[in-house]
Design a protein around this ligand. Structure first.
Ligand SMILES: Nc1ncnc2c1ncn2[C@@H]1O[C@H](COP(=O)(O)OP(=O)(O)O)[C@@H](O)[C@H]1O
Ligand SMILES: [Mg+2]
Length: 296
């Protein structure tokens, strides 16, 4: 895979240190054109990070903001499918790769756009299995740096980043983007709470600004009687967790069975169902994040 990326961005000779220094320069200058860099993260998988990132991007773009979306999930990229851009091919501009263009001109970069087929996993070239294991983190960090530094993001109001579960992509991004802001996602489950609290402490240790905590899949509205009930055994307590961890609470998003349908179809849910309870809740999260960042 690393090879395919090089096919597009070029190898640049054998001066590795020089290349990294030059890339860091490009990273700094590209990031300076982007007003807000927001990572949607959790530590936990399956809580709705990708879904929320894509829909936040769509809401912000629908309000007239210039939005980019980096799929920082190198090994399980979802954003291309969720924004319907998987068929677009990337092209090399003068000094950077042009991102794919999603709905409302959201600029998208994802490893998915570089993989040759649906069933192709990301594989790294290495001399041996052991080398693959040892170098994997380093190579993945390099891929994130390349995505940030060598994508023609242009001037943006928001660059949203959809993070994979686990701490590694997050700690890498804190090093690449010191002014990173985080939005943390949880669901009403003891398992999620356990992992998410640890993750919040990690983020606080890295001195990352946290815009707040979102509780996703918080309750389900019965389509027959319209009553709101709990989806999980654990009752919704995101607000309490946010308070305990010293974060603003950004709101609850209900479970809505139309959400997975929208993501499978590549059309952000909030663009089709902005008057649904979940759509309104996501819009409210976007408003609170905007306010946190000092945007109206
Ligand atoms: N509020 C919600 N209502 C219904 N389905 C949801 C909701 N949030 C997420 N999902 C679904 O849950 C699954 C996991 O969401 P995803 O965004 O991929 O999580 P993550 O990125 O945290 O792994 C997806 O199938 C998604 O469509
Ligand atoms: Mg995801």
């Amino acid at each position: 895979m690393a090879k395919r990326y090089k096919d597009i961005v070029g190898d640049g000779g054998s001066d590795i240190v020089g290349q990294v220094v030059a890339q860091n320069e490009r990273l700094r200058s590209r990031m300076s054109l982007i007003h807000h860099k927001v990572a949607v993260m959790s530590g936990k998988g399956g809580v709705g990070k990708s879904t929320i990132t894509v829909n936040l991007a769509a809401i912000l773009a629908s309000r007239g903001y210039r939005v980019g979306l980096l799929d920082a999930d190198i090994n399980g990229p979802n954003v291309g499918k969720m924004l319907g851009v998987r068929k677009q091919s990337l092209s090399m501009g003068e000094s950077a790769v042009s991102p794919a263009l999603g709905p409302l001109d959201i600029k998208v970069m994802s490893m998915d756009l570089l993989l040759p087929g649906d069933n192709t996993p990301v594989e790294w070239d290495a001399l041996s299995q052991q080398d693959t294991f040892i170098w994997r983190g380093t190579i993945e960090a390099g891929a994130l740096r390349e995505f940030l530094a060598d994508t023609a993001w242009g001037e943006l109001d928001f660059l949203l980043m959809d993070l994979p579960p686990g701490p590694y992509a997050f700690t890498t991004l804190t090093q690449l983007i010191p002014e990173l802001t985080g939005v943390v996602v949880t669901i009403p489950s003891e398992l999620s709470r356990l992992v998410v609290k640890k993750f919040i402490v990690l983020a606080q240790k890295t001195r990352t600004r946290l815009a707040g905590l979102v509780e996703n899949m918080a309750g389900y509205v019965c389509p027959h009687c319209g009553k709101l009930g709990d989806l999980f055994y654990a009752a919704s307590d995101g607000e309490k967790v946010a308070l305990e961890m010293g974060l603003p609470f950004l709101g609850r998003i209900h479970f809505d069975p139309r959400l997975p349908v929208s993501t499978d179809w590549g059309v952000p849910f909030v663009l089709e169902h902005n008057d649904s309870a979940a759509g309104k809740a996501i819009a409210q999260v976007a408003e609170k994040v905007k306010k946190f960042l000092g945007e109206g």
